[in-house]
Design a protein around this ligand. Sequence first.
Ligand code: MG
Length: 257
Amino acid sequence: MKTIKLFLAGALLIAAMPAGAQNICAHRGFWKCKEAHKTQNSIASLRLAQENEFWGSEFDVHLTADDVIVVNHDPSLNGIPIHTSTYAKLLETKLKNGESIPTLDQYIEQGTKSDCVMVLEIKPQDTEERTLQLTSACMEALKRHDMLDPKRVMFISFSYAACEWIARELPEFTNQYLSGDKDPETVHASGINGIDYHYIAFYRHPDWVERAHKLGMSVNVWTVDCKKVMRYVRDLGVDAITTNKPLVAREIMSKSK
Ligand code: MG
């Protein structure tokens, strides 16, 4: 019975994460380069990740006070808190490379232009209610662009509530919890089908990769920028690394032990 259950868990994990593959995800787009004018989470950074044919491109979303989803890492833009600001107010500030802060709709529109998987990080908002509103609104935005597809998008979040919501509503999607404070069995028991932990968690708990895989979960790791750590997590058999140095990672991850 146990074997059947494990098989079913594995079979469900078809989504965006090819089993056993070691994929490279550009952290906040491929942004630490002159072509993107070093502007994270910009349309230019996503476009560069696509042009370089990385497996995935990670980005972060927040909800404005007037319920527009914007792509930004920090909860504020040039000192303006996003959750108390209107979208129009945010447009008064430009990103470093001259772009306006992208809406999720604009970001997805760019995302439709290649097979690069959109790794969407749902940022915890000021209340859990707003975080879940953001989660649900992200799904609506993806639907509008015909991108609510487990092969084209996957979800990550520090909000356990957001991960549980996705596990309940969209169990076919790769859905990874980010905090690193729970073992794979605990996360799996909540119905969440993946973990994406900081690499330090895998130095502390190297057995978590294998334990998660036994449960049919996907395992990603962030943010891996040094070659030594790239080799370490590669040899542990993680499914994907998120990195600010995806070209270096390409060289390291393609080699075996
Ligand atoms: Mg992020």
